[in-house]
Write a protein of this length. Structure first.
Length: 154
């Protein structure tokens, strides 16, 4: 097993980690994948993480490298649906899922530590908006830019 980092982050792209799996020699990549990234079929990955979006509660299956960086993601209706998709692509992964058991307090700590940056105008954090623009002295989110642009064109 080539494991650089055994422990995944608590948050993947604004989604709470529910379960994760490290793909080892007991798991077989079936090639039954339809996940394309930048126009190419993704192929086998060494890590999988299933998360729940913190804002719309969607279930997301992340296909990750050894450092738990997302290489691709699929959207699912339930944890079971995501696990079934993973099993179709990675035969034997069903027995590999590890429960994350991340508390609400841990999520708040994570956001407090990792997202100290806030929009200088509305106060929103990066995980609450689509995009943040930063200069040396200020940050502005895409929503405030759109509002400002709307006021300038009226």
């Amino acid at each position: 097993m080539n494991s650089q980092n055994e422990n995944p982050p608590a948050i993947f792209a604004n989604a709470r980690l529910l379960v994760h799996a490290i793909i080892d020699d007991s798991v077989t990549y079936t090639g039954c994948s339809t996940l394309y990234v930048d126009g190419k079929l993704l192929g086998a990955v060494p890590r999988l993480a299933i998360c729940q979006d913190l804002y719309n509660e969607n279930i997301l299956l992340f296909f990750c490298n050894d450092q738990w960086e997302s290489l691709g993601v699929t959207n699912h209706s339930s944890l079971r649906d995501a696990q079934e998709r993973a099993e179709r692509e990675y035969k034997g992964v069903t027995g590999k899922w590890i429960e994350a058991n991340i508390s609400d307090e841990e999520i708040e700590k994570y956001f407090a530590h990792h997202t100290a940056m806030r929009c200088s105008f509305c106060g929103k954090r990066p995980e609450e908006i689509e995009q943040m623009f930063q200069s040396y002295n200020a940050c502005i989110c895409n929503e405030c830019v759109e509002t400002l642009y709307g006021h300038l064109n009226n």
